[in-house]
Design a protein around this ligand. Structure first.
Ligand code: FAD
Ligand code: FES
Length: 259
């Protein structure tokens, strides 16, 4: 079920000048607890950004974490343009209309034995809830995250608590030097890969996974508008024909994609 709810900004923190972690509290705690309790890892919300006067459509942002008991939603946002800039500089107390939870999310219902989560950039955000929900299911994943440099990495402490954390940075300032696709941890006998990040990174990981016959799920970030399968602006040309990433995805088994 989808919910259209108002959330008030309770806290905002920054790990760099152009990003923000937003802690949002549902104004209706009863409905908020219900909606947040149904949110699955890898799903996203569509948020209305009224303070950006050039933004007419809602913007899709991954669910980073939830605290359903306290009706709290955590979103990590990187400034990529007008609406994300407005989100990154939002004043505490601002209210946002949010449509959620949207999309399908990562599937680990088959209880993977040795899953590896791989993420870069804002793609790291949905991996927090994914790892925590895996923990609740008795699964401790490997988590491989990458960034240009150490100061661009996010959620390292929280992710290290939820799994075995591996890090790569392009400049070698933390972890192994290079891309996540070059990290030595990839050589371990993982049974499943879950990936979210820039398209070239996901394609590279998908190709490595295919070469070793490891099932691989990726979360696509096609440009979206409605977020519910009505406008068709997010379609991906797959082996099954055109599919709406907002509704059939954003998570796809790479075997379904024409990569
Ligand atoms: C499923 C999904 C999950 C996402 N999760 C996050 C997240 O957790 N944190 C985060 O910071 N960003 C996330 N994004 C990306 C975020 O939606 C875009 O950065 C944002 O919409 C840009 O809007 P803007 O007005 O700030 O910039 P714009 O100037 O409108 O665009 C800047 C860039 O973002 C892309 N973009 C613009 N509109 C959209 C749109 N409606 N959908 C997707 N991409 C768009 C453009 O192609 C451009 O490259 C996600 C996108 C998708 C599809
Ligand atoms: S965003 Fe409208 S159909 Fe996907």
């Amino acid at each position: 079920m989808k919910y259209l709810l108002d959330f008030r900004l309770k806290e905002i923190s920054h790990s760099s000048p152009d990003d923000a972690m937003l802690v949002l509290e549902a104004t209706d705690p009863v409905k908020g607890r219900k909606a947040l309790g149904e949110a699955r890892p890898g799903q996203f919300v569509n948020i209305q950004v009224l303070r950006s006067h050039s933004t007419f459509l809602r913007r899709p942002i991954s669910i980073c974490d939830v605290d359903a008991d306290r009706a709290l939603l955590y979103l990590y946002v990187k400034n990529a343009g007008p609406s994300t800039a407005a989100l990154c500089s939002a004043p505490v107390g601002e209210t946002f209309s949010i449509l959620m939870p949207l999309g399908n999310g990562f599937d680990f219902s088959h209880r993977p034995e040795r899953p590896l989560l791989i993420a870069g950039g804002v793609g790291i955000a949905p991996m927090l809830l994914t790892a925590k929900e895996m923990n609740k299911a008795g699964i401790r994943p490997g988590i491989l995250i990458g960034a240009v440099s150490a100061d661009r990495l996010i959620l390292t402490r929280e992710l290290a608590e939820a799994g075995e954390l591996f890090i790569s940075t392009d400049d070698g300032s933390l972890g192994e030097k290079g891309f996540v696709s070059q990290h030595s941890a990839l050589g371990r006998p993982w049974t499943d890969i879950y990936c979210c990040g820039p398209l070239p990174m996901m394609k590279s990981i998908a190709s490595i996974a295919a070469g070793r016959d490891i099932p691989c799920q990726v979360s696509l970030e096609n440009v979206m508008a409605c977020g519910v399968g009505a406008c068709l602006c997010c379609v991906e040309d797959t082996k099954e024909g055109n599919l709406c990433v907002c509704k059939e995805g954003p998570v796809f088994d790479t075997k379904r994609l024409k990569w």
